[in-house]
Design a protein around this ligand. Structure first.
Ligand code: TYM
Length: 326
């Protein structure tokens, strides 16, 4: 299968991004042809600092590598390096109904969050995402729950294209992890963990030991006692249990058993330790990779060349089918 996925290089990539998306990539790359993108052109649709972009791109690349994406096998590249993404997005925009775009939850949420920055790019965001996916004739897209709607829209766009211009694209499916598809904020467990919220609401993959401890100890828990999984009655503890179980490899029931009769404090201390140990290689690898910028850049250059071969072939076919070749 051809797989495509990506992350916006906005800095502060967190354990939600890792557990919802990247962790799946590592398993999928064993048996599939994977394309992993750093989607910088999506990152410009919300407020950002141009001076930080290069650093954020390299940081995203170092996360992919630290998590275990194998650059000899999978393609790792930067979206703006392959111009066919925008070219295809424009063409797909011509067959995407405005009504569909205005229904998108992420557009509604982000325009509420950045009231003075509601731009056409934010509205068209899902069309560029569809282009990312379709350019590689992708069959499956490993993402977290919040991106499922965009993949669903991509299916609609692919179907429309095929009907209008002849069979060209597969209808891609979203792959969601069984657990961890929606990691919640540490401060408000009814809201998803998000890079744009205050920093104590998420654990970044590069947080220091002290930061991890502080954030976990101050995470919102629920009234009452008992380390018990119950999303409606105990959303805070349930979210922490999910994180614990995904990192530690044991089931939630096994962890509940270990903490039977113990308080939230003991549980949180132990979770902080699990997180510190799990994320140690990320901190180490990041330090190492940031001093080897040339090496990371070489990987991205090689990824660009490999991605371009596929992108150009698809674009040629699309232009022919749409009557745009001279
Ligand atoms: P982004 O950068 O917001 O998030 C990257 C990935 O992390 C997942 N994710 C989460 N998973 C679980 N719990 C959470 N709290 C959580 N927050 C984020 C997201 O679902 C995503 O998989 N539009 C995309 C980037 C993109 C893309 C693509 C993805 C652009 N083109 C093509 C797949 C295919 C985005 O903004 O992700």
């Amino acid at each position: 299968m051809r797989i495509f996925s990506g992350i916006r290089p906005t800095g502060n990539i967190h354990i939600g991004n890792y557990l919802g998306a990247v962790k799946q990539w590592i398993e999928l790359q064993e048996k599939n042809e994977c394309v992993f993108c750093i989607v910088d052109m999506h990152a410009v649709t919300t407020p950002y600092d141009p001076k930080e972009m290069k650093k954020n791109i390299l940081e995203a690349a170092s996360i992919y590598l630290a998590a275990g994406v194998n650059p000899d096998k999978s393609i790792i590249f930067v979206q703006s390096d392959v111009r066919e993404h925008v070219e295809l997005a424009w063409l797909l925009g011509a067959i995407t109904p405005m009504g569909e775009l205005s229904r998108m939850t992420q557009f509604k949420e982000k325009s509420k969050q950045h009231k003075d920055y509601i731009n056409a790019g934010l509205f068209n965001y899902p069309v560029l995402m569809a282009a990312d996916i379709m350019l590689y004739k992708t069959q499956a897209v490993p993402v977290g729950k919040d991106q499922e709607q965009h993949v669903e829209l991509t299916r609609t766009i692919a179907r429309k294209f095929n009907q209008k211009f002849g069979q060209t694209f597969p209808e891609p499916e979203a792959i969601l992890p069984k657990a961890g598809a929606k990691i919640m904020s540490l401060q408000n467990p009814k809201k998803k963990m998000s890079k744009t919220d205050e920093s104590k609401s998420y654990i970044s993959l590069f947080d220091t030991e002290e930061e991890i401890e502080k954030k976990i100890m101050s995470a919102t828990t629920d009234s009452g006692k008992g380390v018990i999984y119950n999303v409606t009655k105990k959303p805070g503890i349930s979210n922490l249990l999910t994180i614990y179980s995904l990192l530690d490899g044991r089931t939630i029931q096994e962890i509940e058993k270990e903490f039977k009769g113990k308080g939230y404090g003991d549980f949180k201390k132990s979770l902080a330790k699990v997180l510190i140990n799990y994320l140690e290689p990320f901190r180490r690898k990041q330090k190492e990779l940031l001093t080897r910028e040339v090496y990371v850049q070489e990987i991205l250059n090689k990824g660009k060349s490999r991605a371009e071969v596929i992108a150009k072939t698809t674009m040629q076919e699309v232009k022919e089918k749409m009557g745009l070749t001279s």
